[in-house]
Every structure is written in structure tokens, then in C-alpha cells.
Design a binder for this molecule. Structure first.
Ligand code: NDP
Ligand code: OXD
Length: 306
């Protein structure tokens, strides 16, 4: 029995090496080489082509190479009863906290204004932000960033689907909790999974509920954001700035208006990344759990979509 690694854009070598250490008895094939299709028990994938997963008759689970699973579950051919497992990797979690801290402090300490002043040779103080940061999504990644933001002295607000109590974080949940949550967010961080309920959630109606002059940091998925609504909110001053890591079309087309926008900082979907070195052990443990009929850690609730 084997695991098939499906990774289009980067070298699979690091994963093969890490799995050889974490699961020495596991046969690993790298797509498009599969070995006998009936032997493939697990797939570990990032954006496999539609229909690929469904073509293996004896699959026990499909593992996402990333925290997001939208690229897997949006495939209509995916068998309804196939367990889908998201990635939980300590390096991914820490990397995201670092990225969000960097972006949050940049706004809080007014680095864009200071850079502009330097360009004009202006020596002048700038006010520090209010220190209120709101996180949409308090999951594996959002919770860790919430801890870091608290430790840095921010007032931290969180919005989730189901009510949650998180020490030191003022939490809101569900559609009714969204407006009171947004009204407190001078810096809004989006770390939601992409689901039917969160598609296009970052839109004009949402921006209008933020304090005027708020900043957006978006590291969820491109399809969360209505790009024209962001441009309009920046133009009318409702938003002061946006840091965007994920886009509807990736790589971002060279002619896209975001590239040259003075209030938008673009990063090329690098907010964080899974590290095979630290993630392979978790994959190996989940394989053992599935083989023992135990639920894998990070099992996706297919009805919720994450
Ligand atoms: P989790 O599944 O651990 O957490 C998701 C959070 O979002 C939960 O708190 C959940 O609420 C909340 N949520 C889901 N749906 C809704 C909704 N309809 N309304 C309100 N809250 C909702 O995910 P992770 O923290 O691991 O990752 C989050 C996302 O970050 C990924 O899905 C991916 O899209 C993105 N990501 C981006 C990366 C990048 O480099 N840009 C890297 C890694 C991830 P509840 O607690 O109630 O379940
Ligand atoms: C992920 C990502 O979901 O890198 O892990 O976007």
C-alpha cells in the first residue's frame, strides 16, 4: 500500500526525504508516477487536478499539503465519504503568526507614513495606532496570532462560526456577531477558510462596518475578497491600507491594479508555508490513526467546508 504525493509547483524531494524518516515503511510515489493505482491508500496533495483523487479506488484519506482544503473539497468528483484532512504543522502556524505580526505592527507603528515622510525628507513624529486588532477565524492559525498580538499589548477581538471563549480575547460569533466585532477592528485580519459561507465576505458592506481609516490584512483566500470593493473603500478613505497575500488569480496578473496601488502591499501567497521537515511526523501519525480506524487530527467537517 502506498502514499501518492501530488505537488505541482515545487520539488517533492523534501517531502519524500521527510516521509522516509517519519514513516520508513511507507511506499511513496510522486505524481504522475503512481505505482499500481489500487495500492494507493493515501494522497498528500496541493491543488490536484479535478477528478484525480476520485480515480484511486482504495483511498482511505486525502491529506492537504496546506491548512486550507478548499482546493480539495471544491472538486465535485471527490467521493462524499472520503476523509479529507487539513495540514497542522508547527512551522506553518509560527510562520503565519510572524507574517501577521509584521503586517500588524507596520500599520500600528505607521511605517507607510514614515516611509513617505522619508521620501520627502520630513522629520516628524507619527501617532501610534489604537491597538485594536480583530481576527476573522480563531482556528489553528488565528489562535496563535491572537496570543502573540496580546503579548504585544494589542486589544484582540475574534470572530468565529461557533461561539468560543479564548482567554484575553473578546470573541464574537456567527452573522449576528459580525457587526459588533467589525466596529472594534482598526486592523482587521482575515484568516478564514474559503467556504460557501465566507466566499466574497470581504466586501463593501463589511468594510462600511469597520471604523473609518481601518486597515485590512488578508491571508485567507483570494475569493474572500471583492477586489473592486477594496479599491473603492481605499479610494473613499473608509480603508487606509491593505496587505494582501492571496488573490483570485495567482500569480497576480502583471496588469492587475493592485500592483501599483500606493495603499496596497502585495505579498505572493507567502504568509506561511508547510515545512515537510516539521509536518511529516503529523502525516505519519495520521496515517497510523486512519489505519487503526481512529479519526485523523485535522479531519475536515465536509458539511462546514473546513
Ligand atoms: P481552522 O480550520 O483551524 O480555523 C478556521 C477558523 O475560521 C475557525 O475559528 C472557524 O470558526 C472560523 N470560521 C470558519 N467559517 C466561518 C464562518 N462562516 N464565520 C465565522 N468564522 C468562521 O483554519 P486555520 O486557522 O488553520 O487556517 C485558516 C485559513 O488560513 C486556511 O483555510 C487558509 O485559507 C488560510 N491560510 C493561508 C495561508 C497563506 O499563506 N496565505 C497559509 C495557511 C492557511 P470555528 O472556530 O467556530 O470553527
Ligand atoms: C495553506 C496555504 O492553506 O498555504 O496552507 O495557503
Amino acid at each position: 500500500m502506498s502514499l501518492l504525493l501530488v505537488r505541482k509547483s515545487a520539488s517533492a524531494e523534501a517531502w519524500v526525504d521527510a516521509l522516509a524518516i517519519a514513516a520508513p515503511d511507507l511506499a511513496v510515489h510522486v505524481w504522475p508516477e503512481t505505482g499500481p493505482v489500487e495500492d494507493v491508500e493515501f494522497i498528500l496533495a496541493w491543488v490536484p487536478e479535478r477528478g484525480l483523487v476520485a480515480s484511486f479506488p482504495n483511498l482511505k484519506a486525502v491529506f492537504s499539503l496546506g491548512a486550507g482544503v478548499d482546493h480539495l473539497i471544491m472538486d465535485p468528483t471527490l467521493p462524499a465519504d472520503l476523509p479529507v484532512v487539513r495540514m497542522i504543522d508547527p512551522s506553518l502556524t509560527v510562520g503565519m503568526a510572524q507574517y501577521l505580526t509584521l503586517a500588524t505592527l507596520r500599520y500600528h507603528r505607521a511605517l507607510p507614513q514614515l516611509q513617505a515622510q522619508q521620501g520627502d525628507h520630513v522629520w516628524a513624529g507619527v501617532p501610534t495606532g489604537s491597538g485594536r486588532v480583530g481576527i476573522m477565524g480563531l482556528g489553528e492559525l488565528g489562535l496563535r496570532f491572537a496570543e502573540v498580538a496580546r503579548a504585544l499589548g494589542f486589544d484582540v477581538y475574534g470572530w468565529t462560526r461557533r461561539p468560543r471563549e479564548v482567554e484575553g480575547v473578546t470573541t464574537f460569533a456567527g452573522p449576528d456577531g459580525l457587526a459588533p466585532f467589525l466596529s472594534r477592528c482598526d486592523i482587521l485580519v482575515c484568516l478564514l477558510p474559503l467556504t460557501a459561507a465566507t466566499h466574497a465576505i470581504l466586501n463593501a458592506t463589511l468594510f462600511a462596518q469597520l471604523p473609518r481609516g481601518a486597515c485590512l490584512i488578508h491571508a485567507g483566500r483570494g475569493e474572500h475578497l471583492v477586489e473592486d470593493d477594496l479599491l473603492a473603500a481605499l479610494a473613499n478613505g473608509q480603508l487606509a491600507g491593505a496587505t494582501i497575500d492571496v488573490f483570485v488569480e495567482e500569480p497576480l496578473p502583471r496588469a492587475h491594479p493592485f500592483w501599483d496601488h500606493p495603499q496596497i502591499l502585495i505579498t505572493p501567497h507567502i504568509a506561511s508555508a508547510t515545512s515537510p521537515r516539521t509536518a511529516a511526523q503529523g502525516v505519519a501519525e495520521n496515517i497510523a490513526r486512519v489505519r487503526s480506524n481512529l479519526p485523523p487530527k485535522g479531519l475536515v467537517d465536509r458539511s462546514a467546508g473546513y
